[in-house]
Design a binder for this molecule. Structure first.
Ligand code: FAD
Ligand code: NAP
Length: 556
């Protein structure tokens, strides 16, 4: 008997300390953690106590004897991680958690956190966890509602993943927490407004800018970024009113990360299934009229380097009425299961095997997700709107420690009515703060933002995607935020933080902002409208309606 971690694993590692025998790995202090697709339970170590089930924020863990049939492949996926003998060689106890000392002071430590996604709320949770210190945390959010990509990124049919929100939202009820939503740094206030009113500012504002391909036709009507499409189906106010042309049977998604898989699943799921989610009503109506029957997902490298995870491929394979196909020569010819990739734990062999099995089962009378590998887009073609994509065939070659794609000279064209560029995201510069334009992040060391000379700028920190770049699942941001908060508290203890120079409250500058009570009013209205429609919530998609529900009058 063992317990098994399944698809919705958010990697926040809450389960790790709960396990009395330390059999959940990789732990945040192990090297594999940063790149792990998910966490795994060692079947030989598990004592079946169920402690992990109680703490898992996304209900991802089952005893193997209760594992639903559709999640059965996760048993092998969990045990595969421990096949290498060194992965069994773990210490049975965890090092004690280091809690920095916060010196007693008449004036409480005041911290502004910019962004209310996972990184911002994990940072707030860590700061407010030192109960005796009386720390005050103001979380500033540009949208009228908190949650970041948990609300506006995670796919609507991943409701189980969205339950992580219950845990994140609990932080908003802690003494010392304040939400100032509908306030944008760079629009309503600037960094100096924060730096002069708080001991420290933590930037946790994510990475929401699109990446460009730089190929002809990229901006043609019918060519969209994943950010637009995901924002649209999730009811983000900036995208909710967009219209997409689903009149052609085929959509091509460029890039093969988990976002590409989300998009394929949402576009091809049955409308009845989507109706039971919190997908935006406008998106649901447009998808109901959709003629799309095939989504082609194109990756420039081979299967071994594919960015989507095996867990998400298994999830896609469970969608009713959907076949998954790939070109067998692309699965086997790439030869890229090289030792470069295999030197760290990878589920690439399982992914490859699964794609072979799924392709063998695919039937042409169902909707289809076609995975293409080893092809780079070189042009989006069409006269006045998208009619296809030209792809150049690649072979994999090693460059130092990296496996990169090199064109072979072969070119093919895939006809389609819409192209989605799902290439990952980028951070944006913040005012005059230093910015690493190559990685599109704030330059940091252990969460401290660095000046152009490489020294920490006193009182300025970063966490989450704006610190690490746009990769990692929700829980990855927890360890990241904890590292940042520890640096901040160490600096405070070492008297490196300047007390606020300007008296008065930030609210004097930005009032009215949506506070926690305002958010609860929005949340409650969305849930009650949703309940009447048999849905978890019906999202409000305009800023005006959200502010009205929060009883806030729009700032001009
Ligand atoms: P974000 O979540 O982006 O939060 C940043 C916040 O800052 C936002 O609320 C934003 O509005 C706010 N902000 C930005 N600029 C400003 C400003 N100037 N002033 C004030 N506020 C500002 N992970 C999973 O585990 N499971 C999933 O199913 C999953 N699905 C995903 C789907 C998509 C489409 C994407 C893109 C990612 C997904 N992830 C998923 C990854 C996960 O969402 C990220 O790891 C996580 O959200 C990053 O957290 P963050 O706090 O750094 O950024
Ligand atoms: P991603 O995982 O970084 O994938 C980006 C894809 O775009 C890769 O296939 C990449 O190929 C490709 N790409 C980038 N530039 C390209 C170019 N110029 N030409 C061709 N292809 C290009 O990004 P993502 O899918 O946006 O996901 C972001 C993060 O969120 C990931 O960590 C992901 O796991 C997480 N997420 C998780 C879930 C979930 O758990 N369910 C869901 C969604 C997102 P290369 O690999 O060759 O660079």
């Amino acid at each position: 008997m063992t317990h098994v971690i399944t698809q919705t694993c958010c990697n926040d590692a809450t389960c790790v300390p709960a396990c009395p025998v330390n059999c959940i790995h990789p732990t945040p202090d192990e090297p594999d953690y940063a790149t792990a697709e998910m966490l795994y339970i060692d079947p030989d170590g598990c004592i079946d106590c169920g402690a992990c089930i109680d703490v898992c924020p996304v209900n991802a863990i089952y005893p193997d004897y209760e594992l639903p049939d559709h999640l059965a492949p996760f048993t092998d996926l969990n045990s595969a991680y421990f096949e290498a003998p060194q992965r069994r060689d773990y210490e049975p106890v965890h090092p004690p958690r280091h809690t920095p000392t916060v010196p007693p002071s008449d004036e409480p430590l005041r911290v502004a956190v910019v962004g209310s996604g996972p990184a911002g709320l994990y940072a707030a949770e860590e700061l407010l966890g030192i109960r005796s210190a009386g720390i005050k945390v103001d979380v500033i959010e540009k949208l009228p509602v908190p949650g970041g990509l948990v609300r506006y990124g995670v796919a609507p049919d991943h409701q189980s993943t969205k339950t992580v929100w219950n845990q994140l939202a609990r932080t908003m009820g802690k003494p010392g927490f304040r939400l100032l939503a509908n306030v944008e740094v760079g629009r309503d206030i600037n960094h100096e407004d924060l730096a002069t009113r708080y001991h420290a500012v933590v930037y946790a504002n994510g990475a929401d800018a699109d990446k460009c391909l730089g190929i002809p036709g990229e901006d043609m009507p019918g060519s969209h970024s994943a950010g637009e499409l995901v924002g649209w189906y999730n009811g983000h106010p900036d995208f909710a009113e967009l219209r997409f042309d689903f009149s052609n049977e085929r959509v091509v998604v460029l890039g093969n990360g988990n976002v590409a898989v989300d998009i394929a699943r949402v576009l091809l799921s049955s409308v009845d299934d989507l109706r039971r989610t919190d997908i935006s009503a406008t998106a649901l109506a447009q998808i109901a009229e959709s003629q799309v029957r095939e989504v082609v997902i194109v990756g420039r490298r081979g299967v071994a380097e594919a960015a989507f995870t095996t867990a998400e491929l298994l999830g896609l394979a469970r969608v009713e009425g959907l076949s998954i196909s790939s070109e067998v020569d692309e699965l086997s010819a790439e030869g890229s299961l090289s030792d470069v990739v295999a030197s760290r734990f990878t589920t690439a062999p399982q992914k490859n095997r699964l794609l072979h099995e799924l392709s063998a089962r695919a039937t042409s009378d169902s909707k289809m997700v076609s995975f293409r590998f080893l092809h780079s887009p070189i042009e989006i073609v069409g006269n006045d709107r998208v009619a296809g994509v030209r792809l150049a065939r690649n072979e994999m070659v090693r460059e130092g420690t990296a496996v990169v794609a090199r064109p072979t000279g072969d070119v093919e064209e895939i006809k389609c009515g819409m192209v989605v560029r799902s290439l990952g995201f980028q951070g944006r510069p913040i005012g005059s703060l230093p910015f690493d334009a190559q990685r599109s992040v704030l330059p940091t060391r252990e969460g401290r933002v660095l000046s152009s000379g490489g020294d920490p700028i006193a009182g300025v920190y970063a966490a989450g995607w704006i610190k690490r770049g746009p990769s990692g699942v929700i829980g990855t941001n927890k360890a990241c935020a904890i590292e940042t908060v520890r640096a901040l508290l160490d600096d405070y203890a070492a008297a490196k933080l300047t007390p606020p120079a300007v008296g008065g409250d930030l609210l004097d500058l930005v009032s009215p902002a949506v506070d926690v009570a305002g958010w609860r009013a929005i949340d409650s209205r969305e849930r009650s409208t949703g309940k009447a429609e048999g849905r978890p919530r019906t999202k409000m998609t305009s800023v005006t309606s959200m502010l009205e529900a929060a009883s806030i009058h729009h700032r001009s």
